[in-house]
Design a protein around this ligand. Sequence first.
Ligand code: ATP
Length: 345
Amino acid sequence: MAQVQLQNIGKTYPNGFEALHPTSFEIAEGEFTVLVGPSGCGKSTLLRMVAGLEDITSGELQIAGRVVNTVEPAERDIAMVFQNYALYPHMTVRKNIGYGLKNRGTSKQTIAQKVDEAAALLNLGDYLDRKPSQLSGGQRQRVAMGRAIVRDPALFLFDEPLSNLDAKLRNQMRIEIKALQRRLGVTSIYVTHDQVEAMTMADRIIVMNAGRIEQIGTPSEVYHNPASTFVAAFMGAPPMNLFPAEVTDGQVMLGGQPLCAAPAQGAVTAGIRPEDFILDATGPLSMDVQIIEELGAHRLLHGTLGTHSVTVLVSNDITAATGPQHLSVRPDAVCVFNTIDGKRL
Ligand code: ATP
């Protein structure tokens, strides 16, 4: 059964701006879904409507089989973790974690037991008597998680919860959150503008652009089979190389060489991931390598292919030099898009 079901959910703000065009999708019980897209694409608006913090303009929202369009946030059986943690500065960690339960009238004994369990799960046992100001950013984030966990919700909502942490801690916390979600099995919706976070954490990714859904799929589907040039360029760092290409005799041509069979006539856009090129002395394509970027295990070669810029990823055991290099492309690695609307052909 779908835990969360959106049917033609749309949002127009009072000033007339349509932040979310009518959108439908379902989230299965226990699934970790990540909403990802650039700033302003409408992902927070969507999450806030699920949370009940924003009115729904059109459509129907169901959580656990119940229509909740007009149900108060507190009655939706959800717990939300925010970017700024929203902790109470004057309360200890113990009180912060237990606060929601106390508000609900839960007995002192049950609160103590649930707080202890959550603290053990989150490695916060030694910090229960501290105030938030005496904690690191990562520990504060864990307290916010603890507060969500003790409520035993049907649904976790995360709004960019790692944005305030440094890069190293972000990497660590995203693994922790993912592991915790797996362990608890609670259906989760996670909003981020960071495609790496989306790729590494999600069971399913929803890529959004300008108030619309561009693609829904597993990380692998979204990465290897992008539905549009937008998804191709947004997911993956460095992004997929996109080249204007011509179709001749049923073949997509790049630099005068056939790349793959053409699904359409005329002008198309050919997409090739940086790792799908092979440095190959007998390869048909010629790249002018201008800059080599060392990444440790890999190297990025930046340069041009004819008149277009190109980035190629090679393993560090491949010797690379600036200047002309021959390339081939892995079979079946070319994605072909409609040049006009950017959709996959
Ligand atoms: P970010 O990553 O920057 O938070 P987002 O994808 O979460 O971006 P939203 O906050 O959902 O984007 O905003 C979507 C669009 O709706 C933006 O263009 C924003 O300016 C607009 N918007 C948000 N709140 C309102 C409001 N109260 N009134 C009018 N427009 C709004």
